[in-house]
Design a protein around this ligand. Structure first.
Ligand code: GLC
Length: 652
């Protein structure tokens, strides 16, 4: 071919390619891994570092997402759009940030993350499901999966595609402020309830795509947290040290990650805690060797909030070391979340200086891009506003009400054999409803509700336990509501019985650490003032078992309601007999905090109520409910607690 014709040919190819520039990574028909590698090959260091950076909504204004190629934005607890806490305001916020990301040279979508840990709990009007401590008592993976489906729809209703859930901690000490975020002290119970991942993300399609779940805009990317050993710290001290051998770490705390990975979990969040003195955020053996290589986790590993800062003490004392040790340990995305200039500059300098090699950066970005491609974020980056209708829908509230019913645990029913108090009569002439938690939606929802710590009062939409009781009884029944009854009040009313609802105020994380676990505030005097004067059912609204043994004798009946969330009618459904109790303890109920930690299977096991315990009501339902009542012990549960108890008694 002559010189002239070569030039002509090159000019022709150049023309064609410029007119029709084919970017493989933009082609959804291509394999995920091929798209990842094509895009990765085009990225600059600045674009790669940007993908590894997650910033908080509060610092995402102006054009930082565009200018610094930010790969992810989050809302911390309570961090809502400036325009208000509505579905539309959230959709507008996420879309604004997304359009910034899409306007970059390569148009890589950012992924917005939020803590939807018991429904879409940051958003006003969202359905608030029972916290995990109650769901563990249901022993119902299908229920929890359905909650995942509903939660994903409500999160997508706000344009968000990523949730920092489920927490799959195995809480081994109820003094831990986050114990209510754990399904159980039992690894087996926690593992079984990782089915929520299937609800959140969708069913695995196949194992070849590197990521088994199918792109579906009604689903969200999930996050198994906090890897690993978050629920096993000494005395339950939050963010502290988990002292245990490797076998114990694997058997008790790591096992739920096996199932989470098998179910296709997209991301794993690292725990603030240390394992035998080694900070998890700097633990290369557990993060890279175990999680990524041994367990073959293909998604991305994200830090906790300022998690790398806390590698040093005081936090942030040597931020460059924090960046180097966490990234080299195998973390892929850093929840900075505010001081992103220092993170971006620090990481960039460490790569340029050869302290962090480009292979590590490419591994991190590969994993981040893999999740974004696999979940379809490149194809559907913006909010689908047709999902707005799902936020707080009646269908989801009905599901939450079912979850409340199944999470309740009946621990006492009658002071004398054959004389149960429950089911309560719906046609009683007069009922006293007392206690700080009877008419308080915020208290029945607990922490991580609307705000990080949660709050008292009408913080969102829902039904209080008092309102539910009012809706359940006959029109002729008089209800006397007194949150803080004084001595003599109950007796003066001439009521048929009283319902006393007391418990813990909302809290989250370290604010919930508690060494004495007594019923706080006016709970104890309320129990004593009412139950000493009239037949009473006590309902405890708490994130964990509390000290109740001294007060049990005065109670006619006692129910653990945990943190039921927005649908208080789930409580009235059961105590008035429309449904029977099915819940059984997923945590050992201790007699005294001096016994802690004490978990099922321990050699020294002397609980007030053992793991697996839960009564059913003993009389036929008098209100035409849907289930006949039989008093029966559940064989499965009885073996969980009766065997240890018998062994213990034989040893005495
Ligand atoms: C918190 C929690 C973590 C949460 C994250 C973002 O400190 O430890 O569970 O997902 O920060 O809110």
């Amino acid at each position: 071919m002559g010189k002239g014709s070569c030039v002509t040919l090159l000019l022709f190819i150049g023309l064609v390619s410029s007119v029709y520039s084919y970017d493989l990574y933009k082609d959804p028909s291509q394999d995920v891994e091929a798209r990842v590698q094509d895009l990765l090959s085009r990225m600059t260091l600045a674009e790669k570092v940007g993908q590894m950076t997650q910033i908080e909504r509060g610092v995402s204004n102006n054009s930082v997402v565009k200018d610094l190629f930010i790969g992810s934005v989050l809302s911390g607890g309570g961090s809502v759009p400036d325009a208000g806490n509505t579905a539309e305001a959230w959709q507008d916020l996420v879309d604004r940030l997304q359009n910034d990301a899409l306007s970059t040279r390569l148009g890589i979508p950012m992924i917005y993350g939020i803590d939807a840990v018991h429904g879409h709990n940051n958003v006003f009007g969202a359905t608030i499901f029972p916290h995990n401590v109650g769901l563990g008592c249901t022993r119902d993976p299908d229920l929890v999966k359905r909650i995942g489906v509903a939660t994903a729809l409500e999160v997508r209703a706000t344009g968000i595609p990523y949730v920092f859930a489920p927490c799959i901690a195995t809480c081994r000490d109820p003094r831990w402020g986050r114990c209510y975020e754990s399904y159980s002290e039992s690894t087996e119970v926690v593992t079984s309830l990782t089915d929520i991942i299937l609800g959140l993300q969708g069913e695995p399609a196949n194992k070849t795509a590197g990521f088994p779940f199918v792109a579906d805009s009604s689903k969200v990317a999930a996050c198994a947290k906090h890897f690993v050993g978050d629920g096993g710290t000494t005395n339950g001290i939050n963010e502290n040290n988990t002292v245990i051998d490797y076998k114990g770490l694997v058997d008790i705390h790591m096992a739920p990650y096996f199932d989470s990975i098998a179910k296709g979990v997209s991301t794993v969040m690292i725990s603030y805690t240390s394992w035998n003195g080694m900070k998890m955020h700097a633990n290369k053996f557990l993060v890279t060797q175990v999680l990524k290589y041994n367990l073959k986790f293909k998604g991305f590993v994200i830090s906790d909030w300022e998690g790398i800062d806390r590698i040093t003490s005081p936090a942030g004392a040597n931020y460059t070391f924090s960046i180097e040790s966490s990234i080299n340990a195998g973390l892929d995305m850093i929840m900075v979340p505010n001081n992103y200039p220092q993170f971006i500059n620090g990481l960039t300098d460490l790569v340029k200086g050869g302290y962090i090699n480009m292979h590590r950066i490419d591994d991190a970005v590969t994993r981040i891009l893999r999740v974004k491609f696999a979940m379809g974020l490149f194809e559907k980056p913006l909010a689908d506003r047709s999902y707005s209708k799902h936020l707080g829908s009646e269908e989801h509230r009905s599901l939450a009400r079912e979850a409340v019913r199944k999470s309740l645990v009946l621990l006492k029913n009658g002071k004398e054999a054959g004389k149960p108090l429950l089911p309560l009569s719906k046609t009683a002439a007069k009922i006293i409803v007392a206690g700080s938690h009877a008419n308080d939606l915020g208290r029945q929802c607990g922490g991580w509700t609307i705000t990080w710590q949660g709050g008292n009062g009408t913080t969102t939409k829902g039904t209080t336990i008092l309102d539910a009781i009012k809706g359940a009884v006959s029109p002729t029944t008089q209800i006397v509501y007194e949150p803080y009854p004084q001595p003599g009040f109950a007796q003066s009313q001439g009521a048929d019985f009283a319902i006393v609802v007391v418990g813990e105020p909302p809290y989250a994380e370290t604010f919930g650490d508690n060494l004495n676990l007594t019923i706080p505030e006016a709970g104890i005097p309320t129990i004593q003032n009412v139950c000493g004067e009239v037949r009473c059912l006590v309902i405890l609204v708490s994130g964990r078992p509390l000290v109740v043994e001294p007060y049990l004798p005065v109670m006619d009946a006692f129910v653990a309601a945990w943190l039921p969330g927005s649908e208080g009618a789930g409580v009235s459904d059961v105590i008035f007999g429309d449904y029977d109790f099915v819940g059984t303890l997923a945590r050992t109920w201790f007699k005294s905090v001096d016994q802690l930690p004490m978990n099922v299977g321990d050699e020294k096991y002397d609980p007030l109520f053992p793991f697996g315990y839960g009564l059913k009501m003993g009389t036929p339902n008098s209100s035409g409910g849907s289930i006949n009542f039989m008093r029966r012990w559940r064989l499965l549960d009885i073996s969980c607690w009766a065997v240890p108890l018998i062994i213990h008694m034989l040893k005495l």
